[in-house]
Design a protein around this ligand. Structure first.
Ligand SMILES: *Cc1c(COP(=O)(O)O)cnc(C)c1O
Length: 228
């Protein structure tokens, strides 16, 4: 079991390194976030034993339970799921990163609730890059307006943008939406925001995401197997 996790971790790291080389990205330019939603704490512990330290979770209570079970390990927790206003405190108090901020009101609550004893909460704005009616995320046109306001909040550090593009059949079909997120990020940087994180790419599109400038890929299935 532990060897399975180590094998899958090495296979995903190899994919990331190969894509960095193929698309002239500096070695180590892309971080791996292991998406552990639905997975038991034992699976996270096995992945940690294989060398993975950053984990992404989608549900606050599930994540807090696993953090408590794994408190002895030095892990970095990222929240990547939809955020309900009444769940912001658990995120502000227990996570290092949030990738799924899509309303100013949520950002304001997270900043107000971030404990002074912790460093600022690292934040990405989630963008509904394909403008899908059923998906969370800011409309691409709304991003620049909200980004400056989020960057100004005292207990948050705006790091960049995140998106979950609509599924696309293959590498070349995956690239355009990912390129649009990169361009949006470049526009924010040109406007003066100091952003360093482009959170895009999952199990099926991480090569296309790295080709388009991802600095962090969020991988679940390719590491842990299919979710039940
Ligand atoms: C579940 C999830 C992932 C991982 O998706 P896989 O296809 O299993 O790699 C990445 N990002 C977010 C926001 C997710 O909810």
């Amino acid at each position: 079991m532990t060897t399975d996790f180590a094998d899958r971790l090495h296979a995903v790291r190899d994919r990331i390194r190969a894509a960095e080389r193929r698309f002239q990205r500096p070695p180590g330019a892309v971080r791996l976030l292991a998406v552990s939603k639905i997975q038991p704490a034992a699976a996270i512990a096995a992945m940690a034993a294989a060398g993975q330290t950053c984990f992404g979770e989608n549900y606050v209570q599930e994540a807090l339970d696993k953090m408590a079970a794994l408190a002895a390990l030095a892990l970095e927790w990222h929240f990547i799921g939809p955020i309900q206003a009444n769940k912001t405190r658990g995120i502000a108090e227990h996570f290092a990163w949030v990738h799924s901020v899509d309303r100013l009101k949520i950002a304001e609550r997270l900043s107000a609730q971030r404990p002074e004893s912790l460093p600022p909460l690292n934040v990405c704005l989630q963008v509904n890059i394909d403008r899908e009616p059923t998906k969370h995320g800011l409309d691409p046109m709304a991003v620049s307006g909200i980004a400056a306001a989020v960057a100004a909040l005292p207990r948050l550090r705006l790091r960049g943008l995140m998106a979950i593009p609509a599924p696309a059949a293959d590498f070349s079909a995956q690239r355009p939406a990912l390129a649009r997120l990169r361009i949006l990020q470049e526009q924010l940087i040109a406007a003066g925001l100091a952003l360093d994180t482009l959170s895009m790419g999952m199990s099926d599109d991480l090569e296309a995401a790295i080709a388009e400038g991802a600095t962090l890929v969020r991988v679940g299935t390719a590491l842990f197997g299919p979710r039940r």
